[in-house]
Design a protein around this ligand. Structure first.
Ligand SMILES: *Cc1c(COP(=O)(O)O)cnc(C)c1O
Length: 469
């Protein structure tokens, strides 16, 4: 399988070529030349596979430059009960009539990003060893992404992580989770500033091409194709668990921010997985809901982006969205470039033509938005009626899911984090303390390792020069 850019750079690259890269050189995102179709016989053959086996089958359709035995071994090493807490890896649990929760947050950082990041850690280590190279990962986080990256890369050969976070601004749980890691290859830099300062520093350091090449700086952001591909697997795993034969359809409700998670659902659907609806749920930062309602995509200014109680969905633009629009436009790269390269740079957004927007329904997408009040009500209702605690992001997904139910079609709501990560809002909604997985009871009392930094790219560069061997 070869990969091309959404903006027309037609140089065909293999999976291993794009694995360690971010954007394509023309500013676009990588996508496979085509989506392999999974036919009825294949679905039948896959039904009943263990998660790691299913992951191997799906990945091998997209990866032909890693020997099969190695890819199989990487999948088996990643998707284990020891890491993900259950033998099913992504089990379904029923809620009420026709609504199920798919548990994607039983990994080490209690959020769904572990599902892809754990595989990425193993793929990176494998590919770097094969090339005899090393990598210094530089990132900025306000919470979930940084911790998932650190837990995936800890102890990995040839990899160091330099993770910037706003000093004192992450939740106590998130700080404890990241700063308690003892691994020598993990560096937590607490920047005296806000998240945007951290992101600006990452941009400044990565924008110094000489420095970037010299110190082999890389990223693990959500536009990485391998992350998206790993996420395709749990759509198949969810569908298999919810159905007994191949004629049955299901819908998925996805708490969305950067459109990475739900884009994987789109890929699964393009491969032929019988998905009825892909329900895109946003919080008050409703860039995506606005698009699916109106055909207008409008990037929000910083001041317009609000802090909410589902903070991992607080985005001003959806960085993976270009992949879907490329497919929506029949893979017209010139048109995609005009929208995402030119129109967004010029006027901060675009409006699709009526005939273009009319195609959205054919891709299964519907949407909705949820507010703090909705979250509290949904968490409380789920607790009172079903005795189940859900986190704030999952609550956004469930709230919007309920508006898009179809008779006879199971609705699978993706659980993107555990309530323990967002305890304050859970207490506000239910008056109860969310439980914690065993082993994390005294997380906050563990010793911490982090370095406080001024909001200054020069200081971060000097730190990297000191520790990037
Ligand atoms: C990252 C994240 C999301 C948003 O996922 P996208 O792939 O960016 O759409 C939702 N919920 C949680 C808990 C997250 O960490």
């Amino acid at each position: 399988m070869k990969y091309v850019s959404t903006r027309g750079d037609a140089t065909e690259r293999g999976f291993s070529d794009i694995l360690l890269e971010g954007l394509a050189p023309d500013g676009g995102l990588y996508l496979p030349l085509r989506y392999p179709r999974v036919d009825d016989a294949t679905l039948t053959r896959w039904r009943g596979l263990r998660y790691a086996e299913l992951a191997y089958e799906i990945l091998s359709l997209y990866i032909d430059d890693i020997p099969a035995a190695d890819l199989r071994r990487l999948c088996e090493a990643t998707y284990t009960e020891a890491v993900f807490g259950t033998p099913q890896i992504a089990p379904l649990r029923p809620l009420d009539e026709g609504v199920l929760i798919e548990e994607l947050s039983n990994g080490p950082t209690l959020a769904f990003k572990d599902m892809a990041m754990q595989l990425l850690g193993n793929l990176f280590e494998y590919e770097l060893a094969r090339r005899g190279e090393e990598l210094n990962i530089l990132g900025a986080t306000s919470g979930d992404t940084g911790s998932a990256a650190e837990y995936a890369m800890r102890g990995k050969q040839g990899i160091r992580v330099f993770m910037l976070s706003p000093h004192g601004r992450m939740s106590p749980f998130q700080q404890a989770q990241m700063f308690s890691l003892p691994d020598a290859n993990i560096h937590n830099l607490a920047v005296e500033g806000v998240f945007d300062d951290c992101q600006d520093i990452v941009k400044a350091v990565s924008g110094d091409l000489e420095f970037k090449r010299r110190w082999r700086i890389g990223t693990v952001n959500s536009i990485n194709w391998a992350r998206l591909l790993a996420q395709v697997v749990y759509y198949f795993a969810g569908w298999f668990q919810a159905t007994t034969h191949n004629g049955q359809k299901v819908s998925f409700a996805v708490p969305s921010g950067n459109f990475g998670n739900i884009c994987a659902g789109h890929v699964a659907r393009m491969m032929g997985l019988p998905i009825s609806r892909l329900v895109c749920a946003t919080n008050e930062n409703d860039v995506l809901d606005e698009f699916f309602r109106t055909g207008t995509y409008r990037v929000r200014a910083g001041a317009e982006t609000v802090e909410t109680s589902s903070p991992s969905m607080d985005i001003s633009k959806a960085s993976n969205f270009e992949r879907f629009v490329f497919d929506l436009l029949g893979r017209d790269a010139a048109r995609t470039r005009a929208l995402f390269g030119d129109a967004i740079a010029r006027s901060g957004g675009f409006r699709l033509a009526a005939d273009e927007f009319a195609r959205v329904a054919g891709f299964g997408f519907v949407s909705g938005r949820s507010t703090h009040g909705d979250r509290l009500a949904t968490i409380r209702d789920t607790w009172q009626r079903f005795g189940q605690m859900i986190d704030t992001h999952t609550a956004d997904g469930l709230k919007v899911a309920r508006a898009h139910l179809e008779r006879g079609v199971p609705m699978i709501v993706l659980e993107t984090a555990l309530p323990a990560k967002f305890a304050a809002t859970i207490r506000e909604a239910t008056g109860c303390e969310p439980g914690r997985p065993a082993g994390l009871a005294d997380l906050e009392s563990l010793p911490r390792r982090f370095t406080v930094m001024p909001p200054d790219a020069g200081a971060v560069k000097r730190y990297i020069e000191t520790y990037a061997v």
